[in-house]
Design a protein. Structure first.
Length: 230
């Protein structure tokens, strides 16, 4: 069974509309929609925004639904000049940019006493998603690389530049690395799919409402085709 997490209702509504034989269960103020999508067994859920909501959601998918993989779909701010609004980023790995134990001698982003703080996405899922995206979203670019997450909406040029300098990521958002963290601890393959809605700089607050719907349209097309191909 495939677990599909979106942070916002807008990111999962269209997927739920295409599902069949749906049963809904509620836990931790989340609705887990279990059924079939493109002939495959899936659970689609809106986690809510932020790392705690996202990690909790992933853990419930592991415990209650025994999912074979987790795909996190949504939108993000670009951290690379080559990646434009509407383009899609697929995670090769993910980390939490706001994890700060520097005072104790750790590098920024490192989680003390864990074997890793950089969580690697499933290579087969990444490759399949890239191939699929190029087929169904031929009007945009698709990139593979690092996704960073933190409990803040990045809309400041100086903060953006610090993230790029410290972590060399392609995009930033608020859930993916927490889902990756939970998936890693539960030995579940994962993939983060992000459509770019803004440039994560001083224009972000203006860009975001305008381009959110178009970005989600691209992720929905990819998700439907990706699930069918799995």
């Amino acid at each position: 069974m495939i677990g599909i997490i979106g942070a916002m209702e807008e990111e999962v509504t269209q997927l739920k509309a295409k599902m069949q034989d749906v049963t809904v269960s509620k836990k931790a103020c989340m609705e887990f929609n279990k059924g079939t999508l493109c002939g495959k067994e899936v659970v689609v859920v809106r986690s809510g925004i932020g790392k705690v909501n996202a990690a909790l959601c992933a853990q419930i998918l592991a415990d209650d639904f025994q999912v074979s993989c987790i795909i996190n779909t949504g939108i993000a701010g670009s951290l690379n000049n080559d990646i434009n609004i509407g383009d899609i980023v697929l995670s090769t790995d993910a980390l939490q940019h706001d994890f700060d134990a520097v005072t104790f001698g750790y590098e920024l982003g490192v989680i003390p006493r864990m074997e890793t703080s950089i969580f690697k996405a499933d290579k087969k899922l990444v490759a399949l998603a890239k191939k699929t995206c190029e087929e169904v979203n031929s009007d945009i670019q698709v990139f593979t690389g690092r996704v960073v997450s933190g409990d803040q909406f990045i809309a400041d040029k100086d903060v953006k530049e610090r993230l790029v300098s410290n972590f060399d990521p392609l995009c930033t958002e608020m859930e993916g690395a927490a889902i990756a963290h939970a998936a890693f601890l539960n030995h579940i393959p994962f993939l983060i799919v992000r459509a770019i809605s803004d440039k994560a700089d001083n224009s972000a607050e203006v860009d975001y409402p305008t381009f959110e719907a178009k970005a989600i349209e691209h992720t929905v097309k990819l998700m439907n085709a990706l699930v069918a191909a799995m």
